[in-house]
Design a protein around this ligand. Sequence first.
Ligand code: SF4
Length: 420
Amino acid sequence: MKTFAMMVLGCKVNDYEATYLRRKMLERYEEVSFKDKADIYIIFTCCVTNIAEAKTRKMLHRARNTNPDAYIVAIGCLSQIKGDTEDFKDVDLIIGSTRKDEVYDLINQHFQDNLVEELKDPGFEDLYLDTYPGKSRAFLKIQDGCNQYCAYCIIPYARGSERSAQHENIIKQAKVLSETSKELVLTGIHTGRYFDGEYHLYELLRDLEKIDDLKTIRLSSIEMNEVNDGIVAMIKNSGRIAHHLHIPVQSCSNEILTLMNRPYTIEEYTDRIAYIRKEIPDISISTDLIVGFPGETDEIFEKTLANLKKIRFSFIHVFPYARKKGTAADKLDVHLPNSVKKSRVNRVIEIEKGITKEFRKSFIGKQLEMLIEKKEEEYVYGYVKQYFYVKAYGKGEIGDIVKVRIDSVNDDEVIGNVTE
Ligand code: SF4
């Protein structure tokens, strides 16, 4: 329960008004002495004498010094006449001689502004959007929360446990969004764990595919164990699900994967990627990678680099490990200096650049589907289904899906031609 402390200076009118407010406050807050630390300080001010004024100022300072984070309320005569002066700079709510009946509600409102609740078994909150104004690509949140507790990650604590949207609501919303956006990105914290009773991601993709206006369905990110054979077959046989999967690997060393509490070995991960590529040869597989995790020796890092060269991701989001209070990894012994993490990030970027370019070059001469996001002079721009950005010579409208032939790839851009 939050606490309040009250100081009443001046006359009986102040006393009367203070008594009324105290009664209201006690319905919800606990009163403590003005000398003690409180969450809220309420001062009924007085200006009848210089001494009363000085005393008011002293009480305002004392409140701020006792608890620098407190919410301070000043009410009454001195507030009315000097509320806009330097003396009141530390006051959060200044009420003069009117609106005193609103003080209790205003205090409550301030504390309710912070609507952070304890995350005990939260339900899925449907935040219904019927359009993404100005966007060719619409996001649709289907899932929230995570039960995996990877050692470095604060998300399960911040977002709570897994929960999913009802599939009927997703389909309904997808139909409405598809009227204005041809591409839909299914998002969540742990999207692959989508469930609505016996209805999982596979069933959801199957039903979204039936929406005529939806030309591209994209998965934002999915864990390796969740790209099962059914999902792979669904992507392979679909004309609409994008040939791009973002599958976070996080480390390419088994020692570190175990410390991270990731549920696979690097061999299992590599085998799954090989299977997906065998089934869908033009698929783009990108990843997230953390370097400088506690215990990542030079030797382990070199192994990670060697594995990256073998797996050949289409692009990598590489992050230096960052300590998060409350996570299991924060309690590990050997934390690495930032300089080491930084240099490892740079080495990964160096390797990634070449591989990314090679991957894009493999599409030269081929036709890919592109969602137009921008038009400039005689060019249109957008992401192809394999999720790289293309500048294509030709015509089209923003939001259209066109076919482009890839003509050239350099360090900065991929150039193509609109063919259909
Ligand atoms: S990294 Fe992903 S899977 Fe692991 S705990 Fe965080 S949100 Fe969950």
